[in-house]
Design a protein around this ligand. Sequence first.
Ligand code: HEC
Length: 238
Amino acid sequence: MGKMERFSFVALVAGVIFFLFADFVSWALPMFVLKDIPMKTKTDLAAEAKAKNYSAWADFEKLARYYPEQFKKFCDYEEKFAGAGKVSNCAPNEETFAKALAIGHRWYVAEGCWNCHSQDVRPVSNETLRFGIPGVSNTVSYPSEYQNELQAPVLWGTKRIGPDLIREAAVHDIDWQVAHLYDPASTSPGTNMPGYPWFFEKNKDGKLVPNERGLAMLVYLQWLGTWEVKPTKEWALK
Ligand code: HEC
Protein backbone atom coordinates (compact mmCIF):
# COMPACT_ATOMS: atom_id res chain seq x y z
CA MET A 1 0.00 0.00 0.00
CA GLY A 2 1.45 3.40 -1.04
CA LYS A 3 1.85 6.20 1.45
CA MET A 4 -0.92 8.31 -0.08
CA GLU A 5 -3.31 5.40 -0.26
CA ARG A 6 -2.84 4.74 3.41
CA PHE A 7 -3.45 8.41 4.15
CA SER A 8 -6.77 8.50 2.26
CA PHE A 9 -7.91 5.33 4.04
CA VAL A 10 -7.09 6.80 7.44
CA ALA A 11 -8.80 10.07 6.46
CA LEU A 12 -11.92 8.19 5.34
CA VAL A 13 -12.18 6.17 8.54
CA ALA A 14 -11.51 9.27 10.67
CA GLY A 15 -14.16 11.15 8.66
CA VAL A 16 -16.76 8.46 9.31
CA ILE A 17 -15.88 8.36 13.02
CA PHE A 18 -16.12 12.14 13.35
CA PHE A 19 -19.42 12.14 11.48
CA LEU A 20 -20.88 9.54 13.85
CA PHE A 21 -19.46 11.40 16.84
CA ALA A 22 -21.03 14.70 15.67
CA ASP A 23 -24.35 12.94 15.18
CA PHE A 24 -24.13 11.44 18.67
CA VAL A 25 -23.22 14.77 20.28
CA SER A 26 -26.00 16.66 18.49
CA TRP A 27 -28.70 14.63 20.22
CA ALA A 28 -26.94 13.41 23.35
CA LEU A 29 -25.59 16.78 24.49
CA PRO A 30 -28.95 18.63 24.45
CA MET A 31 -30.54 15.66 26.21
CA PHE A 32 -27.87 15.74 28.88
CA VAL A 33 -28.01 19.53 29.35
CA LEU A 34 -31.81 19.81 29.36
CA LYS A 35 -32.77 16.71 31.33
CA ASP A 36 -32.97 18.47 34.70
CA ILE A 37 -34.62 21.66 33.45
CA PRO A 38 -38.43 21.46 33.71
CA MET A 39 -40.40 22.06 30.52
CA LYS A 40 -42.67 25.09 31.12
CA THR A 41 -46.17 25.36 29.71
CA LYS A 42 -47.75 28.65 28.66
CA THR A 43 -49.64 28.64 31.94
CA ASP A 44 -46.37 28.31 33.85
CA LEU A 45 -44.88 31.17 31.84
CA ALA A 46 -47.87 33.39 32.55
CA ALA A 47 -47.79 32.59 36.26
CA GLU A 48 -44.08 33.37 36.35
CA ALA A 49 -44.54 36.69 34.53
CA LYS A 50 -47.14 37.74 37.07
CA ALA A 51 -45.42 36.42 40.19
CA LYS A 52 -42.09 37.99 39.30
CA ASN A 53 -43.66 41.19 38.03
CA TYR A 54 -41.87 40.93 34.72
CA SER A 55 -41.74 43.94 32.43
CA ALA A 56 -44.04 42.07 30.02
CA TRP A 57 -46.71 42.00 32.73
CA ALA A 58 -46.65 45.79 32.98
CA ASP A 59 -46.88 46.04 29.19
CA PHE A 60 -49.79 43.63 29.19
CA GLU A 61 -51.68 45.69 31.78
CA LYS A 62 -50.90 48.80 29.78
CA LEU A 63 -52.38 47.29 26.62
CA ALA A 64 -55.53 46.33 28.54
CA ARG A 65 -55.78 49.92 29.77
CA TYR A 66 -55.05 51.54 26.41
CA TYR A 67 -57.53 49.40 24.49
CA PRO A 68 -60.24 48.23 26.92
CA GLU A 69 -62.78 47.41 24.21
CA GLN A 70 -60.26 45.49 22.18
CA PHE A 71 -59.19 43.66 25.29
CA LYS A 72 -62.77 42.60 25.97
CA LYS A 73 -63.04 41.33 22.40
CA PHE A 74 -59.77 39.49 22.87
CA CYS A 75 -61.20 37.67 25.91
CA ASP A 76 -64.21 36.45 23.93
CA TYR A 77 -62.18 35.60 20.89
CA GLU A 78 -61.63 32.00 19.86
CA GLU A 79 -58.50 31.22 17.92
CA LYS A 80 -58.70 27.55 17.00
CA PHE A 81 -55.41 27.82 15.14
CA ALA A 82 -53.63 28.52 18.43
CA GLY A 83 -55.88 26.27 20.51
CA ALA A 84 -57.13 29.31 22.44
CA GLY A 85 -60.75 29.86 23.36
CA LYS A 86 -62.73 32.29 25.48
CA VAL A 87 -61.52 33.04 28.96
CA SER A 88 -63.60 32.75 32.11
CA ASN A 89 -62.67 36.08 33.69
CA CYS A 90 -61.73 38.99 31.47
CA ALA A 91 -58.93 40.95 33.13
CA PRO A 92 -55.19 41.09 32.72
CA ASN A 93 -54.71 37.81 34.59
CA GLU A 94 -52.71 34.64 34.12
CA GLU A 95 -55.33 33.05 31.90
CA THR A 96 -55.51 35.99 29.49
CA PHE A 97 -51.71 36.32 29.45
CA ALA A 98 -51.29 32.64 28.58
CA LYS A 99 -53.87 33.04 25.83
CA ALA A 100 -52.00 36.04 24.41
CA LEU A 101 -48.73 34.10 24.40
CA ALA A 102 -50.39 31.18 22.61
CA ILE A 103 -51.92 33.33 19.87
CA GLY A 104 -48.94 35.68 19.52
CA HIS A 105 -46.54 32.78 19.20
CA ARG A 106 -48.70 30.99 16.61
CA TRP A 107 -48.86 34.11 14.45
CA TYR A 108 -45.16 34.83 14.83
CA VAL A 109 -44.61 31.37 13.33
CA ALA A 110 -47.38 31.63 10.75
CA GLU A 111 -46.28 35.04 9.46
CA GLY A 112 -42.73 33.79 9.08
CA CYS A 113 -41.24 36.49 11.33
CA TRP A 114 -38.50 33.90 11.95
CA ASN A 115 -37.40 34.26 8.32
CA CYS A 116 -35.91 37.63 9.22
CA HIS A 117 -35.46 37.41 12.98
CA SER A 118 -33.45 34.99 15.11
CA GLN A 119 -34.03 34.31 18.81
CA ASP A 120 -30.55 33.39 19.97
CA VAL A 121 -27.82 35.66 21.28
CA ARG A 122 -24.49 33.93 20.61
CA PRO A 123 -21.22 34.54 22.45
CA VAL A 124 -19.57 35.98 19.31
CA SER A 125 -19.42 39.20 17.27
CA ASN A 126 -20.49 41.43 20.15
CA GLU A 127 -23.99 40.01 19.90
CA THR A 128 -24.67 40.76 23.54
CA LEU A 129 -24.10 44.44 22.78
CA ARG A 130 -25.97 44.39 19.50
CA PHE A 131 -29.04 42.51 20.69
CA GLY A 132 -28.98 42.80 24.47
CA ILE A 133 -31.31 45.03 26.40
CA PRO A 134 -29.55 48.40 26.64
CA GLY A 135 -28.30 48.96 30.17
CA VAL A 136 -30.22 45.94 31.41
CA SER A 137 -28.99 42.64 30.07
CA ASN A 138 -26.04 41.63 28.02
CA THR A 139 -26.28 37.90 28.59
CA VAL A 140 -25.70 35.26 25.98
CA SER A 141 -28.66 32.90 25.47
CA TYR A 142 -28.72 29.91 27.83
CA PRO A 143 -30.47 26.50 27.65
CA SER A 144 -33.28 27.01 30.18
CA GLU A 145 -34.65 29.91 28.11
CA TYR A 146 -35.66 27.35 25.53
CA GLN A 147 -37.27 24.77 27.82
CA ASN A 148 -40.83 25.91 27.24
CA GLU A 149 -43.75 25.30 24.91
CA LEU A 150 -43.06 28.46 22.93
CA GLN A 151 -39.66 27.16 21.91
CA ALA A 152 -40.76 23.73 20.74
CA PRO A 153 -39.56 23.71 18.03
CA VAL A 154 -37.00 26.39 18.80
CA LEU A 155 -37.27 29.72 17.01
CA TRP A 156 -33.56 30.29 16.61
CA GLY A 157 -34.23 31.17 12.97
CA THR A 158 -31.83 30.79 10.10
CA LYS A 159 -30.84 34.31 9.17
CA ARG A 160 -30.98 37.85 10.41
CA ILE A 161 -32.47 40.40 8.07
CA GLY A 162 -33.67 42.19 11.19
CA PRO A 163 -32.27 42.14 14.75
CA ASP A 164 -32.36 39.16 17.09
CA LEU A 165 -35.53 39.27 19.23
CA ILE A 166 -34.80 37.06 22.27
CA ARG A 167 -34.00 40.20 24.32
CA GLU A 168 -36.74 42.36 22.80
CA ALA A 169 -38.66 42.94 26.06
CA ALA A 170 -37.20 46.30 27.05
CA VAL A 171 -35.52 47.47 23.86
CA HIS A 172 -38.57 49.54 22.92
CA ASP A 173 -41.66 50.54 24.82
CA ILE A 174 -45.09 49.25 23.94
CA ASP A 175 -46.12 52.42 22.08
CA TRP A 176 -43.17 52.01 19.76
CA GLN A 177 -44.09 48.36 19.17
CA VAL A 178 -47.68 49.26 18.26
CA ALA A 179 -46.58 51.85 15.67
CA HIS A 180 -43.80 49.65 14.33
CA LEU A 181 -46.00 46.59 13.84
CA TYR A 182 -48.50 48.59 11.82
CA ASP A 183 -45.96 50.47 9.72
CA PRO A 184 -42.28 49.71 10.46
CA ALA A 185 -41.07 52.63 8.34
CA SER A 186 -42.88 55.05 10.66
CA THR A 187 -40.41 54.28 13.46
CA SER A 188 -37.51 52.90 11.42
CA PRO A 189 -37.07 54.82 8.17
CA GLY A 190 -35.59 52.71 5.40
CA THR A 191 -36.49 49.37 7.02
CA ASN A 192 -37.39 46.48 4.76
CA MET A 193 -39.73 44.92 7.29
CA PRO A 194 -43.25 44.78 5.84
CA GLY A 195 -46.14 46.36 7.75
CA TYR A 196 -48.76 44.11 9.32
CA PRO A 197 -51.98 46.13 9.01
CA TRP A 198 -54.07 42.96 9.40
CA PHE A 199 -53.13 42.95 13.09
CA PHE A 200 -55.15 46.19 13.38
CA GLU A 201 -58.68 47.41 12.83
CA LYS A 202 -60.69 50.60 13.19
CA ASN A 203 -62.66 50.97 16.40
CA LYS A 204 -66.08 52.61 16.57
CA ASP A 205 -64.49 56.08 16.67
CA GLY A 206 -62.58 55.30 13.48
CA LYS A 207 -59.27 55.03 15.33
CA LEU A 208 -56.74 52.39 14.34
CA VAL A 209 -56.29 49.91 17.17
CA PRO A 210 -54.71 46.46 17.45
CA ASN A 211 -57.18 43.63 16.89
CA GLU A 212 -57.25 40.41 18.93
CA ARG A 213 -54.29 38.91 17.14
CA GLY A 214 -52.41 42.21 17.22
CA LEU A 215 -52.77 42.45 21.01
CA ALA A 216 -51.50 38.89 21.35
CA MET A 217 -48.53 39.54 19.06
CA LEU A 218 -47.56 42.64 21.04
CA VAL A 219 -47.70 40.74 24.32
CA TYR A 220 -45.60 37.94 22.84
CA LEU A 221 -42.96 40.39 21.54
CA GLN A 222 -42.68 42.23 24.86
CA TRP A 223 -42.47 38.89 26.64
CA LEU A 224 -39.34 37.82 24.71
CA GLY A 225 -36.48 38.15 27.19
CA THR A 226 -38.64 39.75 29.87
CA TRP A 227 -37.07 37.35 32.43
CA GLU A 228 -33.78 39.18 31.89
CA VAL A 229 -35.24 42.59 32.73
CA LYS A 230 -35.10 43.70 36.34
CA PRO A 231 -38.41 45.25 37.39
CA THR A 232 -38.20 48.92 38.24
CA LYS A 233 -40.65 51.16 40.01
CA GLU A 234 -41.00 53.21 36.85
CA TRP A 235 -42.99 50.48 35.10
CA ALA A 236 -45.51 50.33 37.84
CA LEU A 237 -46.06 54.08 37.60
CA LYS A 238 -46.32 54.38 33.83
C1 HEC B 1 -38.33 40.98 5.44
C2 HEC B 1 -37.75 40.78 6.74
C3 HEC B 1 -38.61 40.98 7.97
C4 HEC B 1 -39.76 40.31 8.34
C5 HEC B 1 -40.53 39.26 7.56
C6 HEC B 1 -40.08 40.76 9.66
N1 HEC B 1 -39.18 41.67 10.09
FE1 HEC B 1 -39.13 42.59 11.88
N2 HEC B 1 -37.54 43.72 11.32
C7 HEC B 1 -36.89 43.61 10.11
C8 HEC B 1 -35.83 44.62 10.06
C9 HEC B 1 -34.89 44.85 8.89
C10 HEC B 1 -35.86 45.31 11.29
C11 HEC B 1 -34.95 46.48 11.76
C12 HEC B 1 -35.52 47.83 11.32
C13 HEC B 1 -36.83 48.12 11.96
O1 HEC B 1 -36.90 48.52 13.14
O2 HEC B 1 -37.87 47.94 11.29
C14 HEC B 1 -36.95 44.71 12.05
C15 HEC B 1 -37.28 45.08 13.35
C16 HEC B 1 -38.20 44.44 14.13
C17 HEC B 1 -38.44 44.72 15.52
C18 HEC B 1 -37.68 45.72 16.37
C19 HEC B 1 -36.37 45.10 16.77
C20 HEC B 1 -35.48 45.97 17.61
O3 HEC B 1 -34.99 45.47 18.63
O4 HEC B 1 -35.31 47.14 17.26
C21 HEC B 1 -39.45 43.90 15.94
C22 HEC B 1 -40.06 43.81 17.33
C23 HEC B 1 -39.85 43.11 14.80
N3 HEC B 1 -39.08 43.45 13.73
C24 HEC B 1 -40.87 42.18 14.83
C25 HEC B 1 -41.29 41.46 13.71
C26 HEC B 1 -42.43 40.60 13.70
C27 HEC B 1 -43.34 40.34 14.88
C28 HEC B 1 -42.54 40.08 12.44
C29 HEC B 1 -43.60 39.16 11.90
C30 HEC B 1 -44.97 39.55 12.13
C31 HEC B 1 -41.43 40.62 11.68
N4 HEC B 1 -40.70 41.45 12.48
C32 HEC B 1 -41.18 40.30 10.37
C33 HEC B 1 -37.17 42.71 9.11
C34 HEC B 1 -38.25 41.84 9.09
